[in-house]
Every structure is written in structure tokens, then in C-alpha cells.
Design a protein around this ligand. Sequence first.
Ligand SMILES: [Zn+2]
Length: 412
Amino acid sequence: MKKYIKAKYLIDGTGGPVRENPVIVVEDGMITKVDTAENIPIPDHAEVLDMGEGTLMPGMIDSHSHAGQDYNREETIRDQHLMPEGLRVLRGYNSLKRDLMSGVTTVRLLGDGQGCIDKILRDAINAGEIVGPRLLVACQAIRPRHGTAPEISACADGVDEVRRRVREAIFLGADVIKIFVSNISNGDTFLDYLRGDLTKVPAYTKEEIAVAVEEAHRVGIKVAAHCIGGPAVRWSLEVGVDSLEHVNLIDEDDIPYFLEYGGYISDPNLILFFDPVLGYESPLNKTHKLEDLPRWWQQKVKMTKEQTKRVMSKALQAGVKFALGTDPNHGLLHLECKYFVEEIGATPMQAILAVTRDSAELMGLADQIGTIEEGKLADIIALRANPLDDINNLRDVIMVMKEGQLVKESSF
Ligand SMILES: [Zn+2]
């Protein structure tokens, strides 16, 4: 059965100009035609989704999240992982539903540790048992013994163990490999964790990173490396890591390496550094209550924030590819886009491309999602107002369609 979707504007995600009075024809979950209302006559009694004065665009892609974590909950991230597995799955379902209702139709989950709840959710969504965004999952991330985030990762030291853990993640069903190439835990208290965060100290050697990439790429799987800054940035890019997560402490001298090797900057943590309510500097921040933390940490946050703004702006101007994520502020990808525009200096179009076309390319799914073109899957959202006029309009999503299935529609 054909569906006709019409609206005032279309941002097709190719980077081309906004199109007026569009009609999109959807059949069997695919986009079969995109043109103007004049060129696509709508037959009587056809199924029409009229978005009125709204703007259509591709479903958004969150390049970095975790199903079993949510910053908007009362417990710390660590405590959330101690919950029983069944409860984590249910909470993950709710969190992913929030993502979907906010216009995010694809999410890359970069590590959920014990029980691989990300894989359980992915398979249940694919089987049609529950409704949620399309998921790419890492199952368990990989870290060295002294690395960060033990609750979402498995330990591997030395090239042989890294190779084995990569193969294990693939065996468990991973769509993407996630490794922690920076952050050291010198002790097991929260302060020890903070001491090892926001630093440029590498956690893996270049050889260990290289073997992870070699193993994953040989079977066509991409690699995402958590990396705050320092020598591991260049090592990762040189050995072919596909996306560097966060990189809040990259230097200007690192920028040419991104351009030469083509690695993405993914999830630059903009909500965490710039949002007055959810960010590190907010008194309401649940995981990092600033007034309770030592001065050295507060100074680290200030310095990293300043460097993120300065160097990321230069990286963007130089043409480094970006993908944005929420890690894991579920349902708030629009906020990450807002700070990409307001703090990093992206145009609204660049922000939109970073959560559509460009992130689809990072996922290896550019032939299926990320743009509204004939032959692509019908992942389509409608916004009440045009986000090119004001990026904050991304917040007001009035329709969400995933693979031709209408999952949200509010009255205009
Ligand atoms: Zn993460």
C-alpha cells in the first residue's frame, strides 16, 4: 500500500537546498519517489500523511549511546549497571523509545557489558516484538586492565588478548567494535576514576589498537575508539580507526591526521560541557556534583571545555567529519545539535548532516539511510518548523516513520 507524505519543506539530507511543497511516496518500507506536489498527483482515496506547514527530513542517527545507561535517572551510571539484567532491558527499552519519539530512528550503542542487553534489544526490535530505533551494537566494549568503564567492557591486555576479545565481541553479535584507548583508573574510587579522565594519557599501545582494527576490518566491522586526546589520537587514525569518540582534548596539530586518514569525530560531548542544566558545571549534574568535587577536577573541566570549543571549531572549518551522539542523554540529540551550532560554529545544515547523511556513512549504512532519496529505507521525520531557521526547531518532532511504519504522529 502506497503512502504519500506531504509538507511545506523538505531537507533531504544530501546537503542540497531546502525543497518546497514536497511529496514523498513510500511503499513496502522504502522511499519510491521524491518530488514536488505538482509532479506527483495524489490519487483519490490514497493514504496521505499531510504535515501541513511542517518540514520533512531523514530520521536522525545517534552515533554514541548506551541502552543500560541514562543520565536522566536518579542513580549514578555505575549503579544503573548493578541493576538486575531484566530491569536493565526494560529501562533500555524505555530509553530507546524516548530516542525514537525524539526523531532518532537509528542508534549506535557502544557497549552495554554483562548480558549484552543491547543485542537483546536489537534482536527484539528487528523481530518486531517491540518498537524502537534501528540499533547497531558493540555488546561488550574492550579495555585494558587499568582502563575505564569496567561495567560496560571486557578486559584485554596485549595484542593476543585484544585479538581474542574482538573475535569474542563479533561472536556475541557485535555490529561495531568499541575500544577504550585513553583513560586510566589508578585505583577504584570515584576520585581515581576522575583522575584518569579528561587526560591525554593513552591506555593502549599503538600495536594493541592496530590489532583491534585489523581483526574487525577483516570481517567488515568498523571500530569506534573512546579517546580524549594525546598520542592515541594519531595512533588510532594511522591504524584506521573509523571514529574517535569525544576527543575533547585534541590539539590543532591533530587535525591534519583526521583529514589524511578520514576518521570521524563522534560524540564530542557537547551537552556535557555546555548545557547549563545537564552539563558538568551544573549543580544538578547527577554523576559529577561539582561542588562536591576537588578544585583540580573543576579546573580540568574548565580547561577541557575551552579546548573543545577552540579546537573543534577549527576541525569543523578544516573539513573534519563529525557525527553527534548523546552518551547517554536519551531523547536529547537535538540539544547536541544546538551546541554544535551555538558553541562550535556549525551551520544548522552542518548539524543536520552530522546526524543524518554523515553518520549514516560512519555506520556503513549510507546506501540505506541518512537521506531522503528513492531506493532508501523510509526513515522520515516531520518537524513543526524549519530547523534551518533555528536549530532549536529540531526539538519539536510531530511525526516519526521508521522503515515505512508510522510510530509517532501528533496533530499539527
Ligand atoms: Zn559512551
